[in-house]
Design a protein around this ligand. Structure first.
Ligand code: SP5
Ligand code: ZN
Length: 342
């Protein structure tokens, strides 16, 4: 197994996060990636690889060009307009307001290109996000060269990032970028299995009208959990993509009996689709100890998850997403990978 990572992913360092009416330390920190990296090095000596660099065209395959331009210049514009601290969005064009407008100043622009308040653009967000995407691309390249599996230690995560917006700690849709890379390399059908606690609204949006990338997600019911406005069971795809989007929301409190059943259903549907490759958006914020989660998975459950995924017998790329119980993240990810490797 190769595990890809890039040190520049640690540079993104948000000062605060707005939660429950107060400012808290950010849940999504570089520390979680560092600790995960150490756990991987201990469990799989010699597996670590530096992510390669890739042309920006791979990002433009998935994201709007104006959004990519915005991500690169946003922090500089924030400072140039005389602001300090991290660049936070604060107003959104909801309902029948003019959501298509791209205002001229940074506060308007950052709101056009985001969907929620917990995620800011910091001095180094762009370089970290780009290297995170390149970590996913390196894993995809490893599969295209014939490897059976690979792990991409992506941070910041990706599945909440849409074609033209950031949020949920995500700026670039790492799993989506990897999926398109494999399509470009000749794979006909890709399945993305998203097991993060939260619905991957960005990945769903990107592939919603496509039948060549099947998005399947098991996640907390958006009626009670982030991202609230997407991820319901009746979202099944549109146009050519009808039938190629599967959401399996579960109630808070789900433990292995119900989770394992949902996962089997997801994997059966992916088996029927017979993808050339599988990308797993691997969030381990489904863990019982996670501060953002209402699910109750244990270390052993994560090994069961890995074994169930391996039973599909597909080339598999694991792309790291959420997981905020920083002392457990490494052990839980290693457990999935060991379960997969058998
Ligand atoms: C990639 C990923 O897992 N993103 C998750 C983003 C969730 N952000 C909103 C979290 C709302 C937290 N509510 C506070 C619960 C404290 N116990
Ligand atoms: Zn999550």
């Amino acid at each position: 197994m190769k595990a890809f990572f890039a040190r520049e992913q640690l540079l993104h360092d948000q000062s605060v996060e707005f939660n429950r009416g107060e400012l808290t330390a950010p849940y999504e920190s570089g520390k979680r990636a560092e600790m995960l990296f150490s756990a991987l090095e201990a469990a799989f000596p010699g597996a670590a690889r530096d992510a390669a660099e890739f042309p920006v065209s791979h990002l433009l395959d998935i994201h709007d060009a104006d959004y990519i331009g915005f991500l690169q210049s946003a922090f500089g514009e924030w400072i140039a307009e005389g602001r300090t601290g991290d660049a936070f969005p604060m107003v959104w064009p909801v309902h029948d307001m003019r959501g298509e407008k791209i205002p001229n100043t940074i506060v308007g622009k950052i709101s056009h290109y985001s969907f929620e308040i917990s995620t800011a653009i910091t001095k180094h967000s762009w370089i970290s996000a780009r290297r995170s995407a390149e970590t996913a691309l390196s894993g995809a390249q490893e599969l295209s060269r014939g490897a059976n599996m690979a792990f991409s230690l992506c941070r910041p995560p990706g599945h909440h990032a849409g074609r033209g917006y950031f949020g949920g700690y995500c700026y670039l849709n790492n799993a989506g970028i990897a999926a398109q890379y494999l399509r470009n390399e000749g794979a006909l059908r890709i399945a993305i299995l998203d097991v993060d606690y939260h619905h991957g609204n960005g990945t769903q949006q990107i592939f919603y009208d496509r039948d060549d990338v099947f998005y399947v997600s098991v996640h907390a019911d958006p009626d009670t959990d982030f991202p609230y406005f997407l991820g319901y069971a009746d979202e099944t795809g549109a146009g050519k993509g009808e039938g190629f989007n599967l959401n399996i929301p579960l109630s808070r409190g789900a433990a292995w009996p119900s989770y394992g059943e949902a996962l089997s259903h997801a994997l059966n549907r992916i088996g029927d689709y017979a993808p050339d490759a599988l990308i797993v958006s691997l969030g381990v914020d489904t863990s019982a100890g996670d501060p953002l989660s209402g699910f109750l998975l244990t270390r052993d459950d994560f090994a069961r998850m890995g074994a169930a995924i391996a039973a599909l017998q597909r080339q598999t790329l694991f792309v790291f997403e959420g997981g905020y119980a920083i002392n457990d993240v490494g052990g839980n990810v290693v457990s999935v990978l060991n379960g997969f490797l058998g």
